[in-house]
Ligand binder design. Structure first.
Ligand code: CTP
Ligand code: MG
Length: 231
């Protein structure tokens, strides 16, 4: 079985607006509602857990839960100070589902598609761990100090990680607990599993599966949505 943990407990500081970015309306509904609906649409997903910031409980209940009728939404829990802690709080809800699989997804990536979900679901059953990513279109330079280039990396070997990242529940719990023990904080979930020496499979994401981080991303997101809806 496949579950989803959608993390939306961040403060959205880089977006620089009063309303936390996950609750900003993207055309017809808040970003987080688009994201939840994307997982609702996939017949593979059984249940959805959403991780929110305790200060955003009112806004989540009023602008999201009460406005939309989600069929697979199971519960919401409060996140922590880092994304990694927020993911862990969501995973704790699934502690009894150790043999099942969990899609970990950013609440501010509303354009995840059914085909991305399908590709991940198929692959994770063979590998126990997958990371959705896209090839890098730019040439990538390596610089230790940010002023001089040390070398040019081989672009063909560079992948830009996205979410969903999907794991067997037992594996990601083990990886997270080890990371916390070691005081390691990664910028994604796959890196925690990589630290265990376990192979993580790459699954092709999509250029449009953007993480809405800055005001420019928000404008891009509106364009993507208009294009998808052909309006
Ligand atoms: N996130 C979370 N808990 C945190 C930090 C982040 O659940 N303590 C979530 C965000 O809500 C977002 C996803 O992780 O859906 C990706 O994080 P990011 O884009 O960095 O969002 P924010 O941390 O909210 O933004 P910023 O870093 O600009 O403050
Ligand atoms: Mg952040």
């Amino acid at each position: 079985m496949f579950f989803a943990v959608i993390v939306a407990a961040g403060k959205g500081e880089r977006m620089n607006v009063a309303v936390p970015k996950q609750y900003l309306p993207l055309l017809d509904k808040p970003i987080i509602a688009h994201t939840i609906e994307a997982f609702e649409r996939s017949p593979l997903i059984q249940e959805i857990v959403v991780v929110i910031h305790p200060d955003h409980e009112d806004i989540f209940v009023k602008r999201v839960l009460k406005q939309f009728c989600f069929k697979k939404f199971r519960k919401y829990v409060f996140g922590g100070d880092t994304r990694q802690e927020s993911v862990y709080r969501g995973l704790e809800v699934l502690r009894e589902r150790k043999k099942d699989f969990v899609f970990i997804h950013d609440g501010v990536r509303p354009f995840v598609t059914e085909s991305i979900i399908e590709r991940c679901a198929e692959r994770v059953q063979e590998t126990e761990a997958v990371c959705c990513a896209i090839p890098c279109v730019d040439t990538v330079k390596f610089s230790e100090d940010g002023t001089t280039i040390e070398k040019t990396l081989d672009r063909k070997k560079i992948w830009r990680a996205q979410t969903p990242q999907v794991f067997r529940v037992s594996l990601i719990l083990e990886a997270m607990e080890k990371a916390f023990q070691d005081g390691f904080y990664g910028t994604d979930d796959s890196s925690l599993v990589e630290r265990l020496g376990k192979k993580v499979a790459l699954v092709l994401g999509a250029e449009n599966n953007i993480k809405i981080t800055t005001p420019f991303d928000f404008i891009r997101a509106e364009e993507i949505l208009r294009w998808e809806k052909r309006i």
